[in-house]
Design a protein around this ligand. Sequence first.
Ligand SMILES: [Zn+2]
Length: 466
Amino acid sequence: MIRLLWTLLKIGLVVAAAVLLAQMPGDTTLRLDDLGLVIEARTGAILVALLFFGLLAAFVYRFWLALRRAPQAMRFGRAGRRRERGYRALSLGMVAVAAGAADEAKRRAREADRALDGAPLTLLLAAQAAQLDGDDGAARRFFQAMVDEPETSLLGLRGLMAQANRTGDREEALAIAARAQKERPGTPWVLEALFDLRTANGDWDGASAALEALAGRKLVRGEDLRRRRAVIAVERSRLAEERGDTASALSQARTAWKLDSALPAATARVARLEAAAGHRSRAEKLLRDGWTKAPHPLLGDTLEELWSRLAPSVRFTQGQRLLKGDSARPETRSLLADLALAAGQRAEARKLVEPLAGEGASARTCRQMASIAVGEGDTEAARNWLARARQASGDPTWFCRACNAMSAEWSGACPQCGVFDSLAWRPPAPPAPGQAAAIAAIEQELETETVAAVAAPTGTEAPREA
Ligand SMILES: [Zn+2]
């Protein structure tokens, strides 16, 4: 609209100029003697003619220019339309990937590749389409091709990493993460991957370096950071102890405990190493304080280990002394009852355990009651308690939150799936309510069948057809 007004204005100006010039008074004589040419006209008319020829020349020049540029402009137009088609195929392909339509995605990937001459982004679409189609080999080739292009190298490495993780190839994943870290240091997903892979591999020094890099970029912070540092320190302490470096083992254990005193593995470890270094009372205090906060059996076990050289009766007295203020707690009662039973003090053990032996008593309580009954010569009662122990839900132990694998000992990463800090202390899951009823129904059926088989006279079976 503005362009049109501008053009009209320009035409108006030219016309006005021509009219003004044409009306100019006076005559001009133009003599070109050598050519024998004499032009006599009004000055205005000559000026109008000059203006007209000037405009004509400008028009002819522009037309010639346009003619010369035409093939190039046509080429550009075609390439633009092709690019447009390519990007359209690319975006429709991405939509197809998101919708899970593998065939459509592959078709669009080919279309985009043709139109865009193998632009890096088409490789990503092709790789995703291949993945969707379950063709891991093709996806790997496309990701590898992306790795070879500087612009898409990191994206390609990420794709290869996801594939290595899916096939559980930790070594391959670690090599890819190391390469990505070299190419683009400090990329968040690379640091996370390095941390996960190193913890899974038990490379605790490497894991610590990866964690500090994550912390430096504020990608892990607060409670999460403290907890991760504590778990790693426990594991580094264990490794130091294994290679005989007791000083480093103790110092790492102290660090772990300072970071997270609620981590039973840290408390148990620091107490055991303090005792080994001759600081027995410090060790006892650490365990008692830990027990008062959260009575984890690992702490009770460590206490018993600490007193393993003492006579059983002394151990029981020590336990009573140490846990005096905490005797109402069921866990404390169970622990002291074990010490009392080991010392042959059945009456004391009974006093401790009986309050726990009501409805829903734990397997441990039932076993302790059975031991007391055995000691008292009451076989019948012992049998009853053992039967109850079998019915009770199992003893708690370590279970992986990620893969549910059971583990006898705590460790910083699940021994089965390698997930960091995934072990939780809990009783095994009780059987589903329907399970007992289903078993009872089969038992009932079995009994009926057996009765029928016994009742039926032999030889009445119909002969089988050959
Ligand atoms: Zn696991």
